[in-house]
Write a protein that binds this ligand. Sequence first.
Ligand code: ADP
Length: 515
Amino acid sequence: MTPLSPVDFLRRAGDVWPQAPAVSDVSGARLTYAELRGRADRLADAIRGAGVERGERVAVLAHNGHVLLESHFGVPGAGAVLVALNTRLGPDEYAYILEHSESRVLIVDPAHLPMIESILPALSTQPAIVLIGRDYESWLSGSSGPGMQPPDEENDLIAINYTSGTTGTPKGVMYTHRGAFLNALGDTLTFRLGPESVYLWTLPMFHCNGWCFTWAITAAGAHHVCLPRPEPAQVLAAIAEYRVTHLCGAPVVISSLATHPQAGQARFPWGVRAAVGGAPPAPQVIENAERMGMEILHLYGMTETYGPSLVCEPQGDWAAEPLRRRAELSARQGVRTAVVRQVRVVDPAGEDVPRDGATLGEIIVDSATVMAGYFRDEAATAESLRGGWLHTGDLAVMHADGYIEIRDRAKDIIISGGENISSVEVEHVLLDHPGVADAAVVAVPDERWGEVPVAFVTRAQGSEVSEEELIEHVRSRLARFKSPRRITFTDLPRTATGKVQKGVLRERGRSAHRD
Ligand code: ADP
């Protein structure tokens, strides 16, 4: 049987649309599909030339741009596994991931080089450092060989994506060529992509490989337009300049556009589809987006499902509903995409909850687009995939029309601006401070970010450590967005068995955050 691989998407796009625009970086670079394919071919040769073997890892630390995009093809086209690193992490997190993934090569942009150089001496695995713009270009021009080759085995790994799970350390979610191929095609169908589409990269490509849109846009032969970060003025300008038709992001990305002073004049009469995920879009977001001429499509997924696995598929008769009702219907996470076999909402006994829009259960997923497991963590893999179903840790209800709606989360993570924060990870860092005896971190709702972390801390005896000092301490160790917005010094409420009552703290955090 012929193995499935997204590497073939770029080989085909290079054959079919050689002169069509493949990728434009707003900073300047523009490549046709023939050129993008050529660069990915040379990257594959360079990686093989560096002695990287089948299944070994190659990490990339870069903002959205053609280098990160071509890595999604060149790295797996050499039989290697891509580790696309979040650009907002701290030194300890990069050290952990590079070591855990045993990355042989790290392709890095100059802005991140000083941080990487500071952690290299302590690493037991020493990746070869390839600096983008300098070493990288000479590396590509000096390479020769057969170019990208799809794998012989479709279940070979294509990528490992590190995400903050419910434990203290990041977990490496393993993607296969087969799973990525299928989810990318699911994306093209769900989002109605074609060769005439122009896709603006407002979602980081390092986040679940851009929810597999790195591969999906290429499969469609559409035009990738890259922005290093989703800065609202630049996003609005890029939409107008390139006549963008599609973009994705957390709801905060869309609301920051709608509330930007320049949005007042922004109208996109050719129609822009914006897919949002990571949190449900508030009615206000939908209303504001529609005013600008954007149609919102609501997606749900997680790193463990290669990104999107549910879509709030709009039904024909919704269009006639008043805006408020439409917003309510669209805020639901929806139904499975074409590539997902089954999604259920089950009670603790594993029985489907009734379709009453009220009974809470956990969302579980059975799909060829569920991860192969967590890299080098069999216990966590077995727990997450028990009974052959991915357990999402998301609590939802099932509506009469078969649409799923999330109401709560059973897992201890905080989702801020679409990024996961493990409360345990932040607690460990707080506890590592000599002035801290006890610490708990919870999510509180936030209008802009969806949720933000706040901490409750018991000081060590005699300590007078301040809120500012502790926030600075967390910032020096972890990504800035993980640092608590507020720290309350208090004794922690515990259950009879000694477990921190996070529900109580969440309530307290909520009222304090409102004041
Ligand atoms: P994502 O890119 O979807 O944010 P993560 O793995 O970082 O992926 O986070 C996954 C979690 O985010 C889900 O388990 C769920 O709790 C939350 N999530 C994702 N999409 C939605 C959504 N549309 N509505 C509500 N919560 C969501």
